[in-house]
Design a protein around this ligand. Structure first.
Ligand SMILES: Cc1ncc(COP(=O)(O)OP(=O)(O)O)c(N)n1
Ligand SMILES: Cc1nc(C(=O)O)sc1CCOP(=O)(O)O
Ligand SMILES: [Mg+2]
Length: 208
């Protein structure tokens, strides 16, 4: 049975550039050994066949650490490999379709950008978390629209599901969000910007 209580703290995503397949498993295991318990595979380019093989490896690794493994966008792979969960955005498969296929026990997160009404809609439909952002310029997603962090205050007041922030979150910017007392902070480059993964995570953990 999935432990949805683990939906808290740092939520670390993979990246086609910063975590290439040949070193991804080793990097993710270092992240898990540092105490992170929510991992996401996010890759827009790899073929479905190769992505599925990598997701099988990542799910097995997360199982060893009793961590949650979520796949971005790719409902077919999440279903076929019985992944812990899926993350969907506005241009992806619908939340409703994903929930119908994956069932109630799996975790489904929804991107809500700067839209509190979208978050309320999907939280009411049963989304297990909602993600807002980007709050700061993101090296990984430079064209993402910047969102006012005040939406996190509204979300805390109006939503009862775990709230997640994403976009340009670093050891400097995370301090600007910690006052909102949200459940999860999603990040990529602040962790994998260099090979000092453990030190990067230690500094980030100290800020939340
Ligand atoms: C936790 C979390 N939040 C946001 C995203 C963004 O996903 P992405 O597929 O890059 O963009 P959208 O499809 O949501 O517009 C994510 N992967 N994880
Ligand atoms: C995957 C993603 N989604 C975003 C959104 O705004 O929806 S920003 C983003 C990239 C996050 O990477 P970094 O921590 O390197 O900024
Ligand atoms: Mg998406």
């Amino acid at each position: 049975m999935l432990n949805k209580e683990l939906l808290k703290g740092l939520y670390v995503l993979t990246d086609a550039t910063l975590t290439p397949d040949e070193i991804m498993l080793e990097q993710v295991e270092r992240v898990l050994k540092s105490g992170v318990r929510v991992i996401q595979y996010r890759d827009k380019y790899t073929s479905s066949e190769e992505a599925e093989k990598q997701c099988i490896r990542l799910q097995a690794l997360c199982d060893v650490y009793e961590a949650i493994f979520i796949i971005d966008d790719r409902l077919d792979i999440a279903y076929r490999i019985h992944a812990d969960g899926l993350h969907v955005g506005e241009d992806d498969v619908s939340y409703e379709e994903a929930r119908a296929l994956l069932g109630d026990d799996k975790i489904i997160g929804v991107s809500c950008y700067g839209d509190i009404e979208r978050a309320k809609k999907y939280a009411n439909l049963g989304a297990d978390y909602v993600a807002f952002g980007s709050f700061f310029p993101s090296p990984t997603k430079p064209h993402a629209k910047i969102v006012d962090p005040e939406i996190l205050k509204q979300a805390k007041e109006q939503l009862s599901v775990p709230i997640c922030a994403i976009g340009g979150i670093t050891e400097e910017t995370i301090e600007l969000l910690s006052c909102y007392d949200i459940a999860m902070y999603s990040l990529i480059s602040a962790v994998y910007k260099d090979d000092a993964i453990e030190e990067n995570l230690e500094r980030l953990h100290a800020k939340i």
